[in-house]
Design a protein around this ligand. Structure first.
Ligand SMILES: [Zn+2]
Length: 304
């Protein structure tokens, strides 16, 4: 996405965060997003507010936003079969994002995990709704305060996930955005990557995985690989080349792994010092965002 397109969803979310900070103070998490959607829309858009947030059997959809015929009110629904509070919260925030950003384009939005993201240069409303949701639920200023001066670990990210009421995956993805060094988050199952998210610094240095283009196996030395199956919830320092062959042989990488709870996949965080001496090296054209569009929302991998 272009910078101007990223800014809009974030600005909407930050405006609401500022209001919530004024009313509730800064120690106000997790965001009560159902309540915020109803009250904020009533105040700001009294002629067509979000009337209700409710659970319903949505048969294959995670969430839905729909207007009544007169467009005098909107309804946000989330799938009643979803048991995870983190997924529900993210879904409601995502639908609220559609309401604020896109309701003049459509009167019904049905959102699932397995939508195909266009990624063809058109503005992607699903990506925008996800960006709105993660910005609203995990404001960066507060997120930075939670992790400031502490070594990153999945325990610390678990603390963030608890604070914001989101999945560990959603918190880990948020962290990669503010990481000061190169960071890559990899989700894997059965020794193969489901998806990977490189932060800007990593992507620019060529340290990323094009998981959309091809199937990528984990290095056999990876903690998340079944060869090393006792290694759940561990950290190791290893040669960067094992993951990224173009890195210099002296480059070390910190690798940490954890199973992502009920979702039956592993998360691996790869951390490397900056590579300022490297020119950007890209084998092939790959959109910078390999992730934000689909699975960020619920901390779920892409459905394949
Ligand atoms: Zn959507």
């Amino acid at each position: 996405m272009k910078m101007s397109e990223i800014k809009w969803p974030m600005a909407e979310a930050n405006r609401i965060s500022s209001m919530l900070n004024l009313v509730l103070g800064t120690d106000r998490f997790p965001v009560k997003v159902d309540q915020v959607a109803v009250e904020y829309s009533r105040q700001c858009f009294a002629d067509s507010p979000v009337d209700k947030v409710d659970a319903q059997d949505l048969e294959g959809f995670e969430g839905m936003l729909a207007a009544n015929k007169a467009h005098s009110k909107w309804l946000i629904l989330y799938n009643s079969e979803v048991s995870s509070e983190g997924r529900k919260r993210f879904t409601v925030a995502h639908e609220f994002g559609h309401y604020l950003l896109h309701r003049h384009q459509q009167d019904r939005f049905q959102c699932g995990n397995d939508d195909i993201s266009t990624g063809d240069g058109k503005r992607d409303i699903e990506t925008e709704a996800d960006l709105f949701a993660s910005t609203l639920l995990m404001p960066l200023d507060d997120f930075r305060r939670q992790v400031l001066g502490q070594p990153i670990s999945f325990d610390l990210l678990g603390h963030c996930a608890d604070r914001y009421g989101v999945s560990l995956t959603a918190a880990a993805l948020r962290w990669t955005e503010i990481a000061e060094k190169r960071a890559v988050l990899v989700a894997s199952r059965d020794d193969h990557m489901l998806w990977a998210k490189a932060n800007q610094a990593a992507f620019k240095s060529g340290a990323y995985f094009a998981t959309r283009k091809r199937t990528i196996e984990l290095p056999s030395s990876a903690l998340a690989h079944s060869y090393n199956c006792e290694a759940i919830n561990q950290t190791q320092s290893t040669k960067a080349q094992l993951w990224f062959p173009r890195e210099p042989s002296t480059m070390q990488l910190t690798e940490m792994t954890r199973g992502a709870g009920q979702y039956d996949y592993s998360l691996t965080l790869l951390l490397m010092p900056d590579a300022e001496w490297q020119k950007p090296q890209h084998d092939e054209e790959e959109p910078a965002e390999d992730t934000f569009d689909r699975f960020v929302r619920n901390g779920q991998p892409l459905v394949r």
